[in-house]
Design a protein around this ligand. Structure first.
Ligand SMILES: *[C@@H]1O[C@H](CO)[C@@H](O)[C@H](O)[C@H]1NC(C)=O
Length: 297
């Protein structure tokens, strides 16, 4: 792919910013074109992007909640709950925990999970998934990043985003949204999303989007809440952590905007899901109440 080669060896210097943005778009179209060609070649023999791995990135240190993955929820470590739910997904060929911490690794091996040790320097889950992918003996076409703090994740959502990426060769990333409760409209910790008529992401924001002219929540508009689960084309995951931070990403503090700002396509599926992430120690009790109510083991 000559264009990809050229764009990656662009000179740095005064005009570098413009060039980087341009190179990103070029790289994006290269990936899309390569994906389409790959799709045509592969389609004859077997299905596209068929080898799938789920990775649960988990770290011990956290500013808000130290040791979060190991916190017991009704007697079972949170990460074990996440792992057990993810195990039920039918599209995953493998499932591993990626961690930098021996306590987490030991716990996970104890309940039968495969563990990949990753470095402490990973800045986020995507970076940890990327490093884990490179350390794996086998190769995969899709990596699902399963957040360890969503112990009630439905296996159907995992399967849904995998299938969405398999059916959209022009996308390198897929994720899920659900309807936004009006009380969260102006909560900047709840990320909103708008999509185009083909189900590709247009933008994500901590502010309310779209913004009604009246300045108020429109009770009739189907606002979308972003869920923290995502899957990547494995070729894209190799370069994703290396992409420079982008202006909108930095302004909103939303990692996924980097994907869109570089011109890549992201497929979004809509699901029914009550988001119950565990962010703080106080959330644990709420989670236990929900699990009791739903009668989950
Ligand atoms: C804004 O919201 C109201 C309902 O609150 C709705 O009637 C209207 O169509 C929306 N859009 C504009 C541009 O006002």
């Amino acid at each position: 792919m000559p264009i990809c080669g050229e764009s990656s060896s662009l000179p740095s210097g005064s005009g570098a910013k413009v060039w980087i943005a341009h190179a990103g778009v070029l790289l994006g179209s290269c990936v899309a074109a390569a994906a389409a060609g790959y799709y045509l070649r592969r389609h004859r023999s077997r299905s596209f992007r068929s080898r799938v791995i789920g990775i649960i990135p988990a770290r011990y240190a956290s500013s808000r909640f130290e040791g979060k993955p190991l916190v017991p929820i009704l007697g079972k470590p949170m990460i074990q709950r996440t792992w057990e739910r993810a195990k039920l997904a039918s599209t995953l060929d493998s499932l591993v925990v990626a961690t930098d911490d021996e306590r987490i690794a030991e716990c996970c091996r104890g309940f039968g999970a495969d563990v990949i040790m990753t470095s402490e320097s990973c800045r986020n889950g995507a970076e940890r998934c990327s490093e884990a992918l490179q350390k794996l003996a086998k190769s995969y076409d899709i990596v699902v990043n399963i957040q360890g703090d969503e112990p009630l994740i439905e296996p159907e959502i995992i399967d849904g985003i995998v299938q969405a990426l398999q059916r959209a060769p022009d996308a390198v990333f897929s994720t899920a949204v659900t309807s936004l409760k009006p009380e969260y409209a102006f909560d900047s910790n709840r990320v909103k999303c708008v999509i185009d008529s083909n189900g590709y992401a247009i933008y994500f924001s901590r502010g309310l989007i779209p913004f009604n002219k009246s300045g108020k929540v429109n009770p009739k508009f189907p606002y979308l809440l972003h869920l923290g689960i995502q899957s990547y084309d494995s070729e894209f995951l190799k370069i994703y952590p290396k992409l420079e931070p982008t202006p909108l990403q930095l302004e909103e503090d939303l990692e996924q905007l980097k994907v869109l700002e570089n011109g890549y396509k992201m497929k979004v599926i809509k699901v029914d899901h009550d988001a119950h992430g565990v962010d703080t120690p106080e959330d644990v009790e709420k989670m236990e109440a929900i699990i009791r109510e739903k009668n989950i083991e």
